[in-house]
Design a protein around this ligand. Sequence first.
Ligand code: GTP
Length: 842
Amino acid sequence: MSAQYFAGGGSAGSSFVNSQNTRRRFSLPSDEPPRNPTMANFPKPSESTPWSCPAPSVPAIITNARPVSVNPSTPRLTTVQENQIFADKSNRLLNIIKGTNGILNELRETNKNRFLVSYPVIDSLNKLSRSQSFAQKPDDAASSSQRVIDAVPRDYLRRSNSLSLPPSLKDNVQVDPLTHRLLTPETAQAFNHQLNVLKLDLKVGNLSTDVASLEKESIATLLDDRLAQSIKHLDNLHSRVADKSSKVLVTGDLNAGKSTFVNALLRRDLMPTDQQPCTTLFCEVLDATENDGVQEVHAVPDPAAYVRTDESTYDKVDLRHLYKYVTDGNEQYAILKIYTADKRSTQESLLHNGVVDIAVIDSPGLNRDSLKTTALFARQEEIDVVVFVVSAENHFTLSGKEFLWNAANEKAHIFIVVNRFDGIKDKERCKRLILEQIRQLSPATYADADELVHFVSSGAVQLDENAGEPSPEDFARLEQRLRAFVLENRSRSKLSPAKNYLQNLLTDVHILSESNRLAAATEHEKAMRELEANRPAYERLLAVRDRVLEDVEKLAEDTVEAIQSLARTRLEAAVEHVENVVAAVEYPGFLLIWQYAADLAESMVYAVQREVRACESHARKQTAEAVEKIHETGEEHLGEYVAQVDIEAPFTKHKGEHAFEVAVEMTDFIDLDLQERLGFGLMGAGFGGFGAVTMVGGRILGYRNLVSLLNVVGVNNARKWAGPVITIAGIGIVSYLIHDMRYAVERKLARKVREQLREAQYADRQSYRIARCSRKVLRITGWDLHGRFQHTVEAQEKLREDQTRVAEVSGEALVYFQGIAGKAEELTARVSAIETEGHRIK
Ligand SMILES: Nc1nc2c(ncn2[C@@H]2O[C@H](COP(=O)(O)OP(=O)(O)OP(=O)(O)O)[C@@H](O)[C@H]2O)c(=O)[nH]1
């Protein structure tokens, strides 16, 4: 049989065995006084069960022996009283287990779906060192971190009268909210180290990971594992506490008579006995009522997986073949579960006696090979009592001594059966020698030897259960004390592990939730403080934003309007005075008059366009100044930034829009419009001399004037003079036109250019275009500023939203962890009030 079986065996699972050596026992003070029952609270002795009958008078073996398994000052109870107390304690423990289970499940749920449960730490190693007021060894030469790890938590746990955190932890609990990382490796380890059940397992293979190097998420995952394990273990404890049966392991040297003793207890020849060693397997004898009344054997390969109702977990064996299975050494089985019917009355039956169900486990005799396995088996918490059978003829063997020595460390009290006493001649000497050996091997058992050491002859017990023969007196007393011992131990073996585990677990839950509450409180306070601190700045920003953006819009509109207005005025003037360019253009003579006309037209166009460019330049300058002003205003409220506005771009883009052309035509050289000519002549230099002539010429050419003149001179005379006069007039007109051609071109081109520009609404359009370019630049600048304000406001709002969320979540966490800590504290007080040491049974 492998040791592995025992690691996983039993309803309590592996952790029972494993936790034995590591479990830290500390007792928290209870608010309630110990609930030791008084006789007044329980039935009178007359109401007791058969077990409470007066012990047969046997000579006291050791007169000064003092019972140490329970408080000697506590009055002995009847089995009924003990049963009631046990039932009360069990129920209270079961309720606490249920409550603790609820907390763990809630913590798991929270850790997964609401907020991560963090492992808080202490931020400064120096501060930790100061907390040596908790330390027992202030001058310890060990490193400060190790000193702290050793001193703070354990000492706190040992000395604290309440479950509040030590001041050193309270002051310094910190979780970095940004990185969610635990601070400083030493402090993280220190915190982890103070936990017991919920201590994180940081071993990956052979490597040990540092808590501080873990992200909060990783810690939450590890914690989840821990919580899941604890929930499972609580379930095991629940089953164990709820299980009303007790287990008695019968062990001892080879051939000491263990099987004979078991048969004597059962009053039945069930287990094979032989003069040579024959028991090769652990054999658990249970009452057949636990197997629906069917007597049979279940050969179980894996006890941890054994389920009575699931036949795949064992091989069914007929009771008739038990001998073969027990003696053949079937190594594939770890244990035989033997369900047997006990026909005796409830009062007499050991297995099913109406008070406590007892399962007796016969085991292979101790030798070098079986010693370790049996020791592991005995160490299981589900073993309530270990009965050690020693042969009165052989005394203790080396293996037996080693077993007792180790078992005494685990169970303190062993029930010892000195068997085959019938074969001893000098019985008193034998008793003396054996008791002396017991004194050395198990002092606690020796101290209570009257109760725990029995010299009997199992072989002398009548096995025929129907015969009704009374047991020998010494064996009857043994049975009575064994039942009492089972009851006394039941409380300790069943309830103590649950109590210890609950105390450790609840203390861990309290420490964890209390430190999380502190972290949440710190975070909440910080978030609220920050929210309050940046509120004025935020409100100011909102007010300034609206005002500044309004001002900027107005500035932009004013600037654009001024630019447009000035440009229109200047361009209208330029159009109106387009003929001013004439003075600047040299007249090259009549023969080149066409060229002259082209130069004039070009100069006039150029002059107007030059004015457009001047307006654009002015607009750019004004726009740049406005942009600069807006930028300065922005920087005043938002801090320095680089404005991303290209002032030139819109002006360059619409560069060609001011172009226009004027074509020179033949008609531009002849001007018959006198009025215009006069008007123009008034402005032209040297034009006055021809004014009267051209005016008369103009009248001559009029038809009505011509008819009036003919009437005066007569038609015949007119015919006579007509030819020469017309010739002279024609020559004059031609001369005049040639002479007037330069001025006609100047007048007509000026008029033509002006009219075309007016028709095209050139001044309006250009001033509007220039203003539009400027508006575009200023609008972009305004948008830019608006965007920057918006960005700043949004950043502020985001910050405030985050702070609000942190405040809400941390506030929620604070209340939550406060609740958990309170529940844990209350449950701890309740569990501490349960006394599990048991009582002496009559
Ligand atoms: N005289 C006498 N013989 C006994 C007594 N008890 C047991 N025996 C005998 O001792 C021998 C061994 O008894 P078992 O019960 O098989 O011993 P055991 O310790 O179970 O043996 P293993 O399990 O094989 O180690 C048998 O022959 C029994 O008859 C007793 O009280 N008096």
